[in-house]
Design a protein around this ligand. Structure first.
Ligand SMILES: C[S@@+](CC[C@H](N)C(=O)[O-])C[C@H]1O[C@@H](n2cnc3c(N)ncnc32)[C@H](O)[C@@H]1O
Ligand SMILES: O=c1cc(-c2ccc(O)cc2)oc2c(O)c(O)ccc12
Length: 363
């Protein structure tokens, strides 16, 4: 009898496991629909529109009129998004009785295109045709003796060369990265101001359109900011008080400054390339009191801390495999290797409430 019960329990357990496995794979198979539909909501500007109505529910008719789109298709898009908790459907009392309308949620607020903490442009970057096409060549990269990056396989050049000759892609990258820069820089300013005490001038190497340095200099006005990036990036960068834009190539040299800053740059490159860039940095910064501040993923640091942040690090590592030739996310051991090879005498890692850590390296 006991044996029979344990056999049934085993069978039930196996069925539960199989149904969980199926659920996981259904999500893998159709997971792209969520990204595609969220992208559609961003392109229409649904969050931006709802925001202008504060928490007043907005009806389907109002939305379809505002966007000039087919009400029945928009209804299906909104049904999908409310089902996943991205927007919320509420009823309110109107002239003719109860009316249904849509309001924002904490997720949809992050999808406003101009919000301070918006993630919309990062979503548009990753899901642009330029960035999606290379994923079809991931297996080809593994089988290719030359290890050609999927981005190169599709576009015939690396992402930075491609952006140089394609203003649409250049804007997508700069806006997407600025979106990420705003989120992480806010965390750094609010929690780690002591890192910037005593820094007279700071060069942001691969600083993109200067969003990060603009925020840092505003928060810590004693710093003179030098935003350093490729010519096609700085030539379209907006003005920020206290920041000068300098064009150049970090593989040749880095402008002199008291300290240097890197965010989401070194992960685009292999170890030898990072060592070369970092050696240029050591030459550029103050020998006695200078330091290099690196904001990047340290893979295992988030374990046991926040699983979702750790998962983003592993996903970013796949983005690097698809979009760069030698780039990768690194473990603490891998960071220690490139920093010591570049000539830094010591470094420390600060775990922060973001997907990255702050790595402080001293000459
Ligand atoms: C992933 S983006 C990071 C931008 C910015 N630091 C941020 O966190 O938003 C990498 C940046 O490195 C710049 N970059 C690539 N190659 C470079 C080079 N050889 N010299 C200087 N900057 C370079 C790119 O133009 C781009 O702005
Ligand atoms: O699309 C991206 C996103 C990043 C990124 C996002 C969030 C972070 O905290 C760090 C980096 O980095 C990218 C990157 O370096 C690249 O070469 C292409 C695309 C992206």
């Amino acid at each position: 009898m006991a044996e029979e019960t344990s056999g049934v329990a085993k069978l039930i357990h196996e069925r539960e496991e199989e149904s969980q496995a199926q659920e996981y794979l259904w999500n893998c198979i159709f997971g792209f629909t969520e990204t595609a539909v969220v992208k559609c909501a961003v392109e229409l500007g649904i969050s931006d529109y709802l925001e202008t109505h504060k928490q007043q529910p907005v009806s389907l008719n109002q939305l379809s009129t505002a966007f000039g789109c087919c009400a029945s298709s928009l209804y299906r898009i909104l049904r999908f998004l409310t089902n996943r908790g991205i927007f919320k459907e509420v009823s309110s009392v109107g002239d003719g009785g109860d009316v249904l309308g849509y309001v924002q949620t904490p997720i949809s607020r992050l999808l406003r295109r101009d919000g301070e903490n918006s993630m919309a442009h990062l979503l548009l970057l990753q899901n642009s045709p330029f960035m999606l096409a290379p994923w079809h060549y991931l297996t080809a990269r593994l089988l290719d003796k030359e290890n050609t990056s999927p981005f190169n396989a599709v576009h015939g050049k690396d992402a930075w060369e491609y952006a140089k000759n394609n203003s649409e892609h250049n804007k997508l990258i700069n806006d997407g990265m600025a979106c990420h820069a705003r989120m992480t820089t806010r965390v750094i300013i609010d929690n780690y101001a002591e890192i910037f005490k005593g820094i007279e001038s700071l060069v942001d190497v691969g600083g993109g359109n200067g969003t990060t340095l603009g925020m840092l200099v505003k928060a810590f006005p004693w710093i003179k900011g030098i935003n350093f990036d490729l010519p096609h990036v700085v030539s379209v960068a907006p003005h920020y008080d206290g920041v000068v834009h300098v064009e150049g190539d970090m593989f040749d040299s880095v402008p002199n400054a008291h300290a240097a800053f890197f965010m989401a740059v070194l992960h685009d490159w292999g170890d030898e390339e990072c060592i070369r860039i970092l050696k240029n940095c050591i030459k550029a910064i103050s020998k006695d009191t200078g330091k290099v501040i690196i904001v990047e993923t340290v893979l295992e640091e988030k374990i046991g801390n926040d699983k979702s942040l750790k998962d983003v690090g592993f996903m970013m590592d796949m983005v690097m495999m698809s979009h760069t030739s030698n780039g990768k996310e690194r473990s603490a051991k891998e960071w220690a290797h490139i920093l010591s090879e570049a000539g830094f005498s010591r470094h420390s890692i600060v775990n922060i409430p973001a997907i990255e850590c702050i790595i402080l390296a001293y000459p």
